[in-house]
Design a protein around this ligand. Structure first.
Ligand code: ATP
Length: 237
């Protein structure tokens, strides 16, 4: 079977600066794979390239066998790819309910209601705040809304970029619980996380990036206990 995502020799550049220097990685269908590494290593750039937001200079990105490079980002949702970007990017002037409607606009009306209720079950706070403007939510609630907006369409591939960034510890726990629960579903997840240890503990497989290249890869739990990782990336955690 084709992996959900197969990236080969991906090169990304901004002007004259090469930010991603020949990255290859696989995300098997239904699995959770994480990408960790220091700030500026190129993790977000890889995510943006998958969504078509950054153009590949070289290499290929195959999604269930289809080449994604050169495709327009607007077509990604229809393919079943949902991207929750770093910084969440919620629609500040829409209510929670309206935001979810945007995320689920492809769904038939009856199915939308069913999926929305499922999201409210996963994120009970969003149900309490359903009529509130997104811009007035706390950071943690905005992250939950961004995740719910992505998940409502039942994506085949979820790209999650730094979901725990800037959140209070109890909210971080909730976010990681949702990601852990996704492992029980068919959804394939590619996760970029600064909280490397927690990401490694829940990932099936992980890649470590350093200055544009993958330097270490392996099973998540194994890497969580790998001294190369614990000294270089997890110091103090
Ligand atoms: P972070 O955790 O800080 O987001 P990252 O691993 O996700 O780091 P990227 O954001 O992909 O790294 O950045 C990789 C490199 O590309 C960095 O050197 C960054 O400065 C550079 N870069 C990223 N976006 C742009 C851009 N739009 N224009 C120019 N350079 C950029």
């Amino acid at each position: 079977m084709n992996p959900a995502l197969q990236i080969r020799d991906l090169v990304l550049a901004y002007g004259g600066i090469t930010a991603v220097k020949g990255v290859s990685l696989d995300v098997p269908a239904g699995k959770t794979v994480c990408l960790v590494g220091a700030n500026g290593a190129g993790k977000t750039s890889v995510m943006r390239a998958i969504s078509g937001l950054v153009k590949a200079k070289a290499g290929s990105i195959r999604y269930f066998g289809d080449e994604l490079t050169g495709r327009h980002p607007a077509g990604m949702a229809a393919r079943g790819i949902a991207h929750v970007p770093e910084g969440r990017e919620t629609f500040q002037r829409l209510s929670v309910e309206e935001s979810l409607r945007m995320g689920g606009f492809r769904l038939p009306r009856a199915e939308f209601g069913h999926r929305r209720d499922a999201m409210f079950e996963t994120f009970p706070r969003l149900k309490e705040r359903r009529t509130q403007l997104s811009g007035l939510l706390s950071g943690g609630e905005q992250q939950m809304l961004a995740m719910a907006r992505a998940l409502i369409s039942n994506p085949k591939l979820l790209l999650l970029d730094e979901p725990s960034m800037g959140l209070a510890p109890n909210i971080v726990d909730e976010v990681f619980q949702v990601i852990a629960d996704l492992r029980q579903t068919d959804t394939t997840v590619l996760l970029v996380e600064q909280n490397a240890l927690r990401a490694l503990e829940l990932a099936d497989y992980a890649y470590v990036m350093e200055t544009g290249s993958i330097v270490i890869e392996g099973e998540g739990r194994q890497l969580a206990n790998d001294p190369r990782i614990t000294t270089a990336y997890l110091g103090g955690e």
